[in-house]
Structures are given as structure tokens and as C-alpha cells.
Design a protein around this ligand. Structure first.
Ligand code: G2H
Length: 249
């Protein structure tokens, strides 16, 4: 069963209006495979979402980098799933390790966020991944399974979820997981989905890799059988993002 390759660009907390316009121009001019072959979603900071959405080529889509765990209200500084829907932002990234680590987002909280965002009609890029200490202790699979379980406990329909495996030790460090290391965890995650959700969910859910992906390493990573795309940080702000999208072919 074919899983369409997915490339997300996570711009994180970067950019000025001029820089954002330059990145959008670069994306709009890039030669990439058709939408039938690859789905491209870029995630600027909230404040630039309307600008990017209105100027981005129509075959690329936008994602927010986070949203609130439930309906909006008296939650200073938060942005609700309803607001994203109102702005016609189709995707949201949830559970990124930077938020888990810096803002204390627990597995359960991320699971609640994923469920609420889906209930409001958003599509979700849900992130999981282990720290270096956890990897060295041999608990990688337990950690990502627990993170995925917290989502599976709250969600029945996985149609609108892309699962992003992002080993924390590879994020922004230049230390990319080897294709074999990535494939091993992706395969374990798919086995977990098979055993704990359904064979259909396991076969259909895209599991993408994130952590120091760049134009040079993307092609070999993309060749791994259980790797269905990328969530790209630093390199999504550079011309090589186009090369990464082209790794889909
Ligand atoms: C992991 C990734 C994007 P980078 O966070 O989500 O960032 O490619 O900079 O490691």
C-alpha cells in the first residue's frame, strides 16, 4: 500500500518578514516532483502564517508549530485549534521535543493535544523521540512506544496523523541518525502500531524522520523502507530544502 512521501519544513522560531518572503520565493521557484508523489508542508512561526499561506505556491501547504490543548479562552499566549481552522491552516506540529523538554509537555498532554486538534479538523504531525541518555540506556523503543501509546489512547482514527520520529540527540546537532538507525526505529514504531492500533493503521500511517536532515543525507535516508518522509528544521530555511523534497523520487 503506497504511502505518499511527506516533507515538512519546521522553521522553528526564526525569520523576519524579509527573510520569510525570500524563503517563500525560493520554494515557489523550486522544481519538485508533483503532488501525486510528495506532500510538502512548511511551518513558519504563527505570526507569519497568513503571509506564507497567501504567497506560497498552491501545491505546498502550511502547518502551525503548536496549538492549545482544548478550546480557546482565558489562556494567555496560546493559539487554539479553532483559530488555526478559522485561518484555514490545515496542519499543526504537536509534541516537538523542544516543547516537551523546554515547556514540560508530557506524553499525556501531547496525546490530549493531538486528539483535540484532530477533533477540530486539523491534520497533525505528532513528534516522538528519545534523548541520548535514553538511547544509551537501551530504552529507545520503550520511550517512543510510550509516547505513541499516549496518542493512541486518545485517538481512534489515524488518517490525519503523520508520526515524526525525531531522536533528540540528532536535532540541530548535525548528528543525523544513520539510515539503519532510523529504519530500525521506524520499523519498531510500525510494529507497535500494528500490534496496538490495527494492521491498516500500521500500513497506512506515514512515519517521517527528523534530526539534522540535509540535502546530502536525505536521499539515502529516503531509501529506507519504513521511512516515509522528513521533518526538516535548519535545512528547511535554505535552498537545499528543494533537494530534500526531491529525495522523494
Ligand atoms: C528536528 C528538526 C526539525 P533539525 O527538530 O523538526 O530540526 O533538522 O534542525 O535537526
Amino acid at each position: 500500500m503506497g504511502r505518499k512521501f511527506f516533507v515538512g519544513g519546521n522553521w522553528k522560531c526564526n525569520g523576519t518578514i524579509d527573510e520569510v518572503k525570500k524563503i517563500v520565493n525560493l520554494l515557489n521557484d523550486g522544481k519538485v516532483p508533483s503532488q501525486d508523489c510528495v506532500e510538502v508542508v512548511v511551518s513558519p512561526p504563527y505570526v507569519f502564517l497568513p503571509l506564507v499561506k497567501s504567497s506560497l505556491r498552491p501545491d505546498f501547504h502550511v502547518a502551525a508549530q503548536n496549538c492549545w490543548v482544548k478550546k480557546g479562552g482565558a489562556f494567555t499566549g496560546e493559539v487554539s485549534a479553532e483559530m488555526l481552522k478559522n485561518l484555514e491552516v490545515p496542519w499543526v506540529i504537536l509534541g516537538h521535543s523542544e516543547r516537551r523538554a523546554l515547556l514540560g509537555e508530557t506524553n499525556e498532554f501531547v496525546g490530549d493535544k493531538v486528539a483535540y486538534a484532530l477533533s477540530q479538523g486539523l491534520k497533525v504531525i505528532a513528534c516522538v523521540g528519545e534523548t541520548l541518555e535514553q538511547r544509551e540506556a537501551g530504552s529507545t523503543v520503550d520511550v517512543v512506544a510510550a509516547q505513541t501509546k499516549a496518542i493512541a489512547e486518545k485517538v481512534k482514527d489515524w488518517t490525519n496523523i503523520v508520526l515524526a520520529y525525531e531522536p533528540v540527540w540528532a536535532i540541530g546537532t548535525g548528528k543525523v541518525a544513520s539510515p539503519a538507525q532510523a529504519q530500525e526505529v521506524h520499523c519498531e514504531l510500525r510494529k507497535w502500531l500494528h500490534a496496538n492500533t490495527s494492521p491498516e493503521v500500521a500500513a497506512k500511517t506515514r512515519i517521517i524522520y527528523g534530526g539534522s536532515v540535509n540535502g546530502a543525507n536525505s536521499k539515502e535516508l529516503a531509501g529506507q523502507p519504513d521511512l516515509d518522509g522528513f521533518l526538516v528544521g535548519g535545512a528547511s530555511l535554505k535552498p537545499e530544502f528543494i533537494d530534500i523534497i526531491n529525495a522523494a523520487e
